[in-house]
Design a protein around this ligand. Structure first.
Ligand code: GFB
Length: 310
């Protein structure tokens, strides 16, 4: 379906982030030797003119659009204007420049959190835009939905081979461990680890611990994105996940065990729970021939080992 080969010129937007750095690892491990990327100091993806000049000069053939302003529930709830503006500009600039410079194929990343808050579970791709969004990350969701719709309409009007993926919550090495802006899994690794080495009595979790989340190891995601770039060319986004979710309280015990913390877990219910559940239906990507490899406990173990050697 697609002739991306080892010498194809591939641009990974957002190459230093959790997802982008995993995509670079995956491509390099699979022998793709013609990768290009730019640091934000050399290319601000929110500036349309800079992006157009970059695409004209570099003429990438394939684009993995993993650049975004991302964060956990507190960051999204605190900085909505930054989340909607940055993500809108990044998506619009890269997708339009990819069209202008005739990029052969582009993959855009959505997220499971942009589905309706109360979508039926497990969530199917067609549930997008069928209900109101989770308020804590509505700004991010609107920007990401716009990116998905740009890919869909550029395919319809200009016949661009632009596809979209909808990853579930991700974790892995090179994640963000800042306790204010990170996602739950890296935050808990850091909290339990620091509580153990500092011999603290308790670890404080946000919310009630009852929401459920599905977690995919980021190197499995990168493998899925390479698979889709090679085997999928459709208008509809494709969910990428493990097909299993876990309550935050359960996740806490898994991480408590792995880090060896022996104190108590308490909940700060002044912090938001967010969406009660966002469990993805992964039938479509399974039918295409891809399945995740890394189970949750194994993946957390790998991240904790990496984290301890930071
Ligand atoms: O991972 P998280 O920040 O984002 O929170 P979402 C998941 C759940 O974990 C929420 C709880 O119910 C949090 O209240 N939680 C418990 C914690 N303790 C902590 C903690 O110490 N830190 C954090 N961060 N959470 C995000 C969206 O939603 O999902 C983003 O806001 C993004 O836009 C991401 O799409 C994938 O899973 O709730």
């Amino acid at each position: 379906m697609d002739d991306m080969n080892k010498n194809s010129k591939i641009y990974v937007a957002g190459h230093t982030g959790l997802v982008g750095s995993a995509i670079v690892r995956c491509l390099q491990n699979n022998g793709y030797n013609n990768l290009i990327f730019r640091d934000i100091k050399d290319l601000d993806l929110r500036r349309q003119q800079e992006v157009e000049v970059f695409f004209t000069q570099e003429q990438p053939e394939y684009v993995f659009l993993s650049a975004a302003k991302v964060g956990g529930i507190l960051a999204n709830n605190t900085y909505p204007a930054q989340f909607i503006y940055d993500n809108l500009m990044i998506a619009a600039n890269i997708i339009h420049s990819a069209y202008l410079s005739k990029v052969k194929k582009l993959l855009f990343l959505g997220s499971s959190c942009i589905y309706p808050k109360m979508a039926a579970q497990p969530i199917k791709e067609e549930y997008l835009l069928t209900g109101s969004l989770e308020p804590t990350n509505e700004a991010y969701a609107i920007a990401k939905i716009t990116g998905l719709e740009l890919c869909k309409f550029y395919r319809r009007e200009y016949d661009c081979d632009f596809i979209s993926a909808m990853p579930t919550n991700l974790y892995g090495i090179n994640d963000n461990f800042d306790l204010e802006t990170s996602h739950v899994l890296p935050a808990l690794i850091r909290k339990f680890h620091e509580a153990k080495i500092n011999e603290k009595e308790e670890v404080v979790l946000w919310g009630t611990g009852t929401p459920k989340r599905e977690f995919l190891y980021v190197d499995d995601l990168a493998d899925a994105l390479l698979f889709l770039m090679q085997h999928y060319a459709g208008e509809e986004p494709v969910n990428i996940g493990t097909g299993e979710d876990v309550a935050i309280g359960e996740l806490a015990y898994i991480i408590k065990e792995i880090t060896g913390f022996t104190g108590n877990i308490v909940y700060d219910t002044t912090k938001p729970d967010g969406t009660p559940r966002k469990w993805l239906d992964v039938t479509k990507i399974h039918n295409l021939g891809w399945k995740h490899k890394t189970e949750l406990t194994e993946g957390i173990g790998k991240v904790y080992e990496w984290y301890q050697n930071l």
